[in-house]
Ligand binder design. Sequence first.
Ligand SMILES: Cc1cc2nc3c(=O)[nH]c(=O)nc-3n(C[C@H](O)[C@H](O)[C@H](O)COP(=O)(O)OP(=O)(O)OC[C@H]3O[C@@H](n4cnc5c(N)ncnc54)[C@H](O)[C@@H]3O)c2cc1C
Length: 358
Amino acid sequence: MRGSDGTPPADALSRLAAAGYVAPHWPKPWGLDASPPEQVAIDALLRDSGIARPVNPIGLGWAGPTLLVAGTEEQRRRWLPGILDGTELWCQLFSEPGAGSDLASLSTRAERDGDTFVVNGQKIWTTYAEGARFGILLARTDPDATKHQGISYFVLDMSTPGIERRPIRQMTGGADFNEVFFTDVRIPADHLVGEEHNGWRLAKVTLGNERVSLSGEGALWGMGPTAHDLLDVVRAHGGVGDATIRQQLADLYIEAEVLRLIRLRTVSAQMRGLEPGPEASVRKAISDEHGQKVFAAALALAGTYGMLLDAGPFADPGTLWTAGFLFSPALTIGGGTAEVQRNIIGERVLGLPRDASG
Ligand SMILES: Cc1cc2nc3c(=O)[nH]c(=O)nc-3n(C[C@H](O)[C@H](O)[C@H](O)COP(=O)(O)OP(=O)(O)OC[C@H]3O[C@@H](n4cnc5c(N)ncnc54)[C@H](O)[C@@H]3O)c2cc1C
């Protein structure tokens, strides 16, 4: 179910969305109200049939669930269909040059002017801003309120005049992120999600979903190759004689198994109707560093081939080892840095005193 460029054809995606299979855990009519065992069964069926869901991670993983929690019926009807069938790509306009881990320090302003809000300020690291049709935007609507108050949550039409995007070139060679500048950008008041000044509560809903969605099986936030794929490549090329590297590979195998078991634990908790708990942070903390180790080992094994993009024994088309290695430093930054995950684990799992800056 993929076109010549590797993406599924649009009519197939709209049928998949209409059937409720894109997000089966969402309530009807958007999903199927599917229970966790039903979701696992649908996922397995789609995987075994080679059927891919639309690529719209921010829409499906973060914007959609937040609209389901706090959007009006009209907002859901306007935006959820395009998220589900992938015809409208979404981006997330949260981070700013002065507000990353400490997101509540954000200073982009949205001032009310009759039926619109006028936005001025800057965002950074906005993945997909170039192609996105809509963005979820956090902006300060009451500058006199305390840090966590006075923030509002908007949906921004990315074709609105006054938005300037500047791509940021990464060491992978790609430019997936952007700086985004707003000059007197007008957002209709009915694009406000939830109550005015109460956006921090919704930001936490979005960020909670982000931690869970960035924790799948592959070594690149749930995508891309796994430690098992690396071992397959090694086996296919006659194994490794060096005892130190063999030990390193054994450690990666063990870590991958531990991660698989933590993931099963999360799925089993969900099947018992429990919300993902702090183990989502434990898993993210381990899996991000695991991903970096998998790619570092692959590059070390590739030897001088590692200087080329996907060449030599590591030229398996499904596993982008060199590109993955170049992207892997991002793993311990995006979706909450390694240090911030440890703060969460310290506070919520170990019961240590709160981070002084929190
Ligand atoms: C691949 C990728 C995609 C991204 N996509 C998006 C996107 O689409 N939209 C978006 O809005 N943002 C996006 N981001 C930005 C991301 O959310 C931020 O980079 C992240 O929150 C960290 O913020 P920062 O870069 O400002 O670092 P800072 O917060 O300035 O942190 C700098 C260093 O200080 C440490 N630090 C900060 N606070 C503490 C603390 N309290 N305790 C201990 N250590 C601390 C950090 O761990 C880090 O090492 C993306 C980032 C990456 C890497």
